[in-house]
Design a protein around this ligand. Structure first.
Ligand SMILES: Nc1ncnc2c1ncn2[C@@H]1O[C@H](COP(=O)(O)OP(=O)(O)OP(=O)(O)O)[C@@H](O)[C@H]1O
Length: 348
């Protein structure tokens, strides 16, 4: 649905900034694609290139089969009806009611009052604002204002919705309800959604795939579950660790006096990561039964990334060294992630 090919964006001026450097991305029809990055990474520039609010310095932007970089202003305006956008600070007109804010883009397109009404009443129903039609933005909560923004974006029946930090100004509870609404319209209206955010929680809640951007470059991208369970780049690891702690807390690490070499009398500490149904397998019981090992659990938990369970466990294997080595091999042969992260003395 969206193909970005070799996109670069340079802001010329006394402080020349290369905001995007040769970015290529592909977003499939009907998916929710998230771009995450820290402040200044290039997220806003990237999302604004998709509807050409920013014109890329070079590269191609194809949305629904049309190369937007080749269009004149009139054709671009026409194609933009396919691409709705919502913003962090909602960008509503304060002198217009909820109804009139949502009607505004359709008025600009020259639709009649009756056509507008027919188009937007069902949308106001989807975003649950039917009882607020005559309120002004100042009379609404942040979440309600964003619902107006969403309804206005949907008014033109777009195929793509761009969300520019759409929940960053909202509290966690309201964020959750807006994300649920986005998921809902993605499913009901088969809308392709691209969102940018600096919050991993947003990616975790609703995205199918994610790209991590830093310094105008995509560091890595893939299905959310894959990126969460196997982050490759340092920045990605930091984002992931903000919501999933794979690590033993620092204090516990010190208290245990963890060593990096497997010396006499020490036992391996192992980190296990597992996704999906495998979490239900009796892995710990297997190690006890097969190799006569004592398995102490130091740390662990199960997270859910949408419908996929993602477990992590840090354990110490304690037994004869040969059996400990067999246990490590047994784990390696299972369809889970396992890594020896240090060695400790136990009380036995
Ligand atoms: N209109 C502009 N003129 C000059 N430089 C700009 C302009 N817009 C953005 N930049 C620069 O481009 C780089 C990327 O900015 P961008 O706003 O895309 O990042 P971001 O990831 O969205 O950050 P934030 O979350 O803080 O908005 C930054 O160095 C920024 O200062």
């Amino acid at each position: 649905m969206i193909e970005l090919t070799h996109i670069s964006k340079v802001y010329e001026g006394p402080n020349r900034v290369e905001a995007l450097k040769d970015i290529s991305l592909s977003v499939k029809e009907g998916e929710i694609f998230g771009v995450i990055g820290q402040s200044g990474a290039g997220k806003s520039t990237l999302i604004r290139c998709i509807n050409m609010l920013e014109r890329p310095t070079s590269g191609q932007v194809v949305v629904d089969g049309v190369d937007l970089t080749k269009l004149n202003d009139k054709d671009l305006r026409e194609q933009r009806k396919n691409i709705g956008m919502i913003f962090q600070h909602f960008n509503l007109l304060s002198s217009r009611t909820v109804y009139d804010n949502v009607a505004f883009p359709l008025e600009l397109q020259g639709l009649s009052k009756a056509e507008i009404k027919e188009r937007i009443l069902p949308i106001l129903d989807i975003v649950k604002l039917s009882d607020r039609l005559n309120n002004y933005p100042s009379q609404l909560s942040g979440g309600q204002k964003q619902r107006v923004g969403i309804a206005r974006a949907l008014a033109s029946n777009p195929k793509v919705l761009l969300c520019d930090e759409a929940t960053s100004a909202l509290d966690p509870q309201t964020t959750k309800s807006i994300l649920e609404l986005l998921k809902d319209i993605n499913e009901k209206l088969k809308l392709t959604i691209v969102l940018i955010t600096h919050e991993m929680q947003v990616i975790k809640e609703i995205c199918d795939r994610v790209a991590v951007i830093e310094g105008g470059v995509i560091l890595e991208e893939g299905p959310v579950v894959d990126v969460f369970t196997g982050p490759k780049e340092k920045t990605t690891k930091e984002f992931v660790s903000a919501i999933i702690s794979h690590k033993l807390p620092e204090e516990a690490w010190r208290h245990l006096n963890v060593q990096s070499e497997w010396q006499e009398g020490l036992h391996p500490i192992i980190r296990l990561n597992f996704t999906g149904d495998v979490v239900d397998e009796p892995i710990v019981a297997g190690m006890i039964r097969r190799f006569g090992l004592d398995v102490s659990i130091l740390f662990g938990g199960v997270d859910y990334i949408q419908d996929t369970s993602f477990g992590h466990l840090i354990v110490v294997l304690d037994g004869e060294r040969a059996n400990e080595e067999r246990g490590i091999q047994y784990l390696k042969d299972l369809p889970i992630g396992s890594e020896v992260i240090g060695y400790v003395a136990t009380n036995h």
